[in-house]
Structure formats: C-alpha cells, structure tokens
Write a protein that binds this ligand. Structure first.
Ligand code: HH2
Length: 404
C-alpha cells in the first residue's frame, strides 16, 4: 500500500502552532531561518513488534523520536523542516557504501512523513474549476451559503422563493462572497431526503438567473450525480458533496467529465443517522485518513487532485468535543496537501457553548473564522457574509504588515 495511505502522516507540532498565520516567516523552503525550525510528524501503521527497531533506526538517522504512544502502531518523529525536505530530494535513506540498507517499509514511512511536512507548508493553491480557477491563499475565500430549502437548520424557508433567493445571492456577492454555495436539500441532522425532480425544480430558476449575473464561481451543494450533471456547465463549476462522494456512485464520473472542482466533505452515515452516538478513536486522525482515502478514490475515478478541496465536515456525525478537537487541530489536515474548507456557520456546537439560538450565533461563528484563517484554512462557508468579510479584512490587514 502507498506509504501515505498506510501511515496517514500528520504534522502535529512545531513552529506552526498557535497563531502561526501571523508568523514572520514565509515559506520554509524560501526562508532559510524557518527551514531550520523543528516539526513533529505522527505516523500510524507501524508494525507494533518493529516499533522499537524503527524508533532506533529513526534516531540513527537524526530524528527525535517519541515511541511512547499507548497505541502500539504510532510513532512521532521530529527534526528540522529542511532535513525532511532533504530526505525527499535525495536518496539518503537508501543503502550507501558500508551502511546497512533500510527496509523499504521504513523508507516508505519516512518519505510519507516528509511528504506531509512538504504539504503542510504549501502557502497557496490554484484550484481549477469548469469556468476558471480559484486562488486560495493566506486570506481564506469566503463561501456564502444560499439554501433554497424549506427546512435548513438556520435559514430554512427564508430564501425558498426564487426572487428572494436571487436577491440574496446578489447581495452576498456585493458583501464580499468569493464563491456562492447553493443547495436545495437540507443536510441538518434528521433531514428527510428530497427527490432529484424536487431538487432540480428548486434550483432551476435561481441558477438560470444567476449564471449570467454573478462573476463569482457557483458551487452546488448536492449529493446527487443527476443534479450535478444537470447544472454543471450552466453556471455551476464546483460540486460541494457533503457525503464525500459516498451517496451516489456516479458522482465521481460526472465531476470528472465536466472537469469540475469538488469539495469532499466528511460525513458519517446519512443526515438521518449521523448524530446517532458518533464515536472516533482520534477524530482528527480518523477524518484525515478518511479524506486521504476519498482523495485517492476521486483521483482513481479521473478527478485530478488539483481540483479537490477537503472539508472535515464540522457537525456531520460529530459530538461537540469532536468539533472542538477538529478546530483545535485543524492545521494537521494541511498535511494532506489540499486546501481545507470548513463550515461552522451557526452550527449547534456553537449554541452548546454560548447558549444562543441559531440566528444569534454570528459572533460565535466569527471566532471560528478567525481561528481558521490563522491556522491556514483556505475557505470558510458562512451564512453571514458581511460580518465574515470584515473579520477576514482585519486579519488580512494585520497579516499584510508582516509581508512588507
Ligand atoms: N454544512 C452544511 C451544508 N453543507 N458543505 C460543506 N462543504 N461543509 C459544511 O460544513 C456544510 C456543507 C450545513 O449547513 P446549512 O447549509 O446551513 O444547513 P442545511 O444543510 O440544513 O441546509
């Protein structure tokens, strides 16, 4: 098996912790000072009986090693960023005159860890979609939510009439949305499914009107290949599939054929079942592994990885503490080497913390937006566009001082 899939490497600690977005260092591979700083990578899939042997081999190779994790297949290895990079660029782990050869499995693990470090420091992405490309950098893109549903958890019914929906879409663009995310089936816990015909019926007038009227890319929040196929190419250029390409076996083919961009979102079960006692071993590691597998599957199905955005699915089959762990450790997902998008907007875990109703969670959402921006998330999906644009503008202005 491919080393990255087997070892699920994640950069877990180092120079990037805390409010790293305001670090004065630029890309470590351009900035020699930063490249000397240490990072730690956690890997899984270590044969338990070999863990002490691999730990010793890693120490000989100049790594700091923590082999004390109670989970016997895990290891943490740390060294300077530039040494990880050097290991990728050279064949220094392969046998050299006199040195004992490392086992291919060990080499594969170290290479996987080094790839995670390289991925972790990607500063900007260009993500092609059907009608152009998204530029995703230090200032996260703002994805404005438009639900054409009677039953969405926070704005159900508000934009169900096409005229109101179109007005709201244009207002969101004026307020600073970089992408519009339009959906016609609620994914709130317990939501009943909607037929293809009903979904198309809700979307048709709004997407037809917006296709020629908005300059920003339109993302379609759907899990149905038939709905995606119907609207890709007529204004829609991104598919936001909250099921992570799970629900409809034709979805990958449709996205690949249209050369669309896709948001792969993590969900456990279905909206009807997802909140039934969700449990994870290690929520961040588990979701990182899940996203890695879906990314691989998408690539095998003909969607180039350059067109994939990954989302841990805040609130989709997660307890409050799972959502908080994901946010606290969101930077680990950057080890996947793809832009991360998150959607915390008005969600119930914010209500659990603040005690506020859905319509009164704009400040709570803003806190998650600020955290996401500082931890290197590349897009935020929100209902309150104007307020979020202000949060991002202030952060960007401060960050800009470091670039001068
Ligand atoms: N959250 C919702 C819907 N779609 N897509 C992505 N990629 N990430 C998310 O976190 C996400 C999403 C749920 O929010 P909302 O659309 O407001 O509610 P509903 O699903 O009830 O329409």
């Amino acid at each position: 098996m491919d080393g990255e899939l087997l070892h699920n490497p994640r950069v877990v600690a180092g120079t990037m912790d805390g409010f790293e977005g305001l670090s004065r260092f630029r890309s470590p591979f351009l900035d020699p000072l930063r490249s000397m700083l240490p990072v730690a990578v956690e890997v899984e899939g270590i044969p338990p009986a070999l863990r002490p042997v691999w730990a010793d081999r890693a120490r000989v190779r100049g790594f700091l090693v923590d082999a004390g994790d109670p989970r016997p297949d895990r290891l943490r290895i740390a060294c300077a960023i530039d040494r990880f990079e050097w290991l990728l660029e050279t064949d220094q782990l392969d046998a050299k005159g006199g040195e004992p050869a490392e086992s291919p499995e060990f080499v594969s693990m170290v290479r996987a860890a080094a790839t995670a470090v390289r991925n972790r420091f990607i500063d900007a992405f260009t993500v092609p979609h059907c009608l152009g490309a998204l530029t995703m950098g230090r200032r996260p893109l703002l994805m404005g939510v438009l639900n054409l549903t009677p039953d969405s958890f926070s704005d159900g019914g508000a934009w169900a009439h096409p005229d109101r929906a179109i007005e709201r879409a244009l207002a969101m663009v004026a307020e600073g949305a970089d992408i519009l995310d339009i959906g016609a089936e609620s994914t709130r816990p317990g939501a009943p499914p909607v037929s293809v015909e009903e979904e198309v019926h809700r979307l048709e007038p709004v997407l037809r009107a917006l296709a020629s009227r908005v300059r920003v890319p339109i993302s379609l929040d759907t899990t149905k290949a038939a709905v995606a196929d119907r609207f890709l190419g007529s204004g829609v250029s991104i598919i936001n599939d909250v099921s992570g390409l799970e629900f409809d076996s034709r979805m990958v083919e449709v996205i690949a054929r249209h050369r669309a961009c896709v948001v792969i979102n993590h969900m456990r079960g279905t909206p009807r079942t997802m909140q039934g006692s969700p449990r994870y071993d290690d929520v961040v590691a588990d979701i990182c592994r899940w996203l890695r597998e879906r990314l691989e599957r998408a690539q095998r199905g003909g969607i180039p990885r350059e067109r994939v955005i990954l989302d841990p699915g805040i609130g989709f089959g997660k307890r409050v503490e799972d959502n908080l762990d994901l946010l606290a450790r969101i930077g680990e997902l950057r080890s996947l080497g793809r832009p991360i998008l998150i959607g915390c907007s008005r969600k119930s875990f914010l209500g659990s913390i603040t005690g506020r109703a859905t319509s009164d969670r704009v400040h709570a959402t803003a806190a998650t937006t600020a955290l996401a921006a500082l931890r290197g998330v590349r897009a935020v999906r929100v209902h309150d566009v104007l307020e979020t644009a202000d949060v991002l503008s202030v952060l960007d202005a401060i960050d800009g001082r470091l670039r001068e």
